[in-house]
Design a protein around this ligand. Structure first.
Ligand code: FAD
Length: 467
């Protein structure tokens, strides 16, 4: 009798535990559920689910990627933060201390990286080209015949037809190296109408959206309500998959930036020190399902979509980095070799991810129409990269430029005819080429999205006991 009573109590206890562990359906909803309950399961237009990404990213990829990004090759990024805004004149430089960017002194940057900033000229002869290619770090000291051919090929290509970004002229005297580790992306206080204007122009003029369709909760528009939201989402669902993806990529990038500023928020400032950390209220205001009328969780899903796109690009570009003559050249032979090994390990791991995004569904169908659509997609994205020169906070501009260039590089990889024509069976191709600038931005941009996914787990835990 005693034993069966104990068994019954145990059974009831287990049932209770199961119920209280099933997402807390019985009690009041937690803050974590309001932000994350819709951020689970399958992602639209993909065969992948959020949980698989969380596991893969947070425990396998994230720690090693962070290690790679701390290396000299990836921490120094050359950027021109003084380019004028091509769209309007009245840029308000916010002047906040947390918006300042400290460029490197020339002796801080390894010589190997500095000499790599050479730009090929059509006229230079082959010998000169090869010497410079050596310094570029894309090719080994002993140039094979194949490499010499490749150098010639590069000079023939006008890469702009492949590129999704307007890149800085890094030869300009205004371009400077920035140590990304010393200038981290975090809360800067850049907000209000100036910041809204940038986001507004991006969504209103560059995401294929007609003016008559209103985005939900846009701070610069007046008199909005639920009906606009419905119109917006039925418009979005009615779009072709490529245009829908475009909006979701931008929204994912926006969400990622806002996750970072909530995770590295200025919590306390004394004359001695500043304390940065998680601000759960800031996070909730941006992503809580009730506070944002359902928008926040949708935006977090877009962040996962962006993650999948960049992940797929990295898996596809593996043969380019596997070329025996490719180096992460900084001038320190031992470290460069170790970093290349780590980079390849990471890329092989990424390649093994079981649920990659299938980019073949993009720009398929009628060839002429697909070509036109791809061109539109490319030009819209290039425009967004130019808008980054209008951001009125240097720190936000730095990371905005880096992340758009990184995403642009991912798109170049996914849709480059040169890469498609040569992979994977025919082995690495010398027709496809990435500059150091593109490589640094690609990995750092992915590092940012990977950090966001990791931070979502931190916020989920922090919000668990808040109602
Ligand atoms: P915002 O984020 O400014 O959004 C404006 C409107 O867009 C919202 O009201 C909403 O209607 C809509 N919206 C918001 N998120 C999404 C989304 N994910 N998808 C679709 N629509 C959305 N601040 C920092 O502190 N540090 C930074 O490093 C930083 N980098 C920035 C980089 C760029 C390129 C820009 C333009 C801004 C950056 N900011 C940064 C500012 C930051 O992104 C916000 O603009 C600012 O914090 C104000 O936030 P907000 O809540 O008013 O809404």
């Amino acid at each position: 009798m005693g034993r069966s009573w104990g068994f019954l109590v145990g059974l009831l206890g287990a049932a209770w535990l199961l119920r209280s562990g099933d997402g807390g359906q019985q009690g009041p909803e937690t803050a974590a559920q309001r932000c994350f309950c819709q951020v689970s399961g399958y992602l639209d237009d993909c065969t992948c689910d959020v949980e698989t990404i969380d596991r893969f990213n947070n425990y396998r990829l994230f720690p090693r990627l962070q290690k790679l990004l701390e290396s000299d090759y990836f921490r120094y990024y050359k950027v021109n933060l003084k380019r004028p805004c091509p769209f309007w004149n009245d840029i308000n430089q916010c002047g906040r201390r947390d918006c300042a960017v400290k460029p490197c002194h020339s002796d801080e940057v390894p010589d190997g990286i500095k000499s790599a900033s050479y730009k090929y000229s059509e006229e230079a002869n082959l010998i000169e080209e090869c010497e410079q290619a050596e310094r570029l770090g894309a090719v080994d000291e002993s140039l094979s015949e194949e490499t010499q051919k490749a150098v010639l090929q590069w000079t023939k290509h006008d890469d702009s037809s492949d590129s999704f970004c307007e890149v800085d002229d890094i030869q300009s005297p205004d371009a400077e190296y920035v140590d990304l580790l010393l200038n981290p992306e975090r809360y800067t206080g850049y907000k209000g109408p100036d910041a809204w204007k940038i986001w507004n122009v991006i969504y209103e003029e560059n995401c294929f959206k007609p003016q008559t369709i209103k985005r939900p909760l846009t701070p610069l528009a007046s008199g909005q309500g639920k009906s606009e939201e419905n119109t917006f989402y039925s418009w979005l669902e009615g779009l072709c998959v490529e245009k829908r993806a475009f909006y979701r990529l931008i929204s994912g990038l926006h969400a990622s930036i806002n996750v970072h500023l909530s995770a590295r928020y200025l919590l306390k400032e004394t004359w001695l020190e500043k304390k940065w950390g998680h601000n759960v209220t800031e996070f909730q205001q941006r992503f809580d399902g009730i506070l944002t009328e359902g928008e926040g969780p949708r935006r977090l899903k877009n962040l996962y979509f962006l993650y999948l796109i960049e992940l797929r690009a990295l898996s596809k570009v593996l043969p380019f980095f596997e070329r025996p003559d490719f180096q992460l050249f900084t001038g320190n032979k031992v470290q460069d070799a170790e970093n290349k090994m780590l980079l390849l390990e990471i890329l092989h791991d990424i390649k093994s991810f079981p649920l990659h995004f299938d980019e073949n569904s993009f720009f398929a169908g009628d060839k002429k129409e697909a070509h036109k659509l791809k061109e539109d997609f490319r030009l819209h994205f290039r425009n967004i990269s130019r808008i980054m020169d209008c951001v009125g906070c240097f720190k936000c501009r730095l990371w905005g430029k880096l992340q758009t260039q990184g995403l642009g590089t991912a798109l170049k990889i996914l849709f480059s005819e040169k890469l498609i024509a040569n992979m994977p069976e025919s082995g690495p191709s010398y027709e496809f080429y990435l500059t150091r600038q593109e490589i640094v931005s690609l990995f750092n941009a992915f590092g940012r999205i990977s950090t966001s996914v990791r931070e979502l787990e931190n916020f989920r835990n922090l919000l668990q006991n808040i109602h």
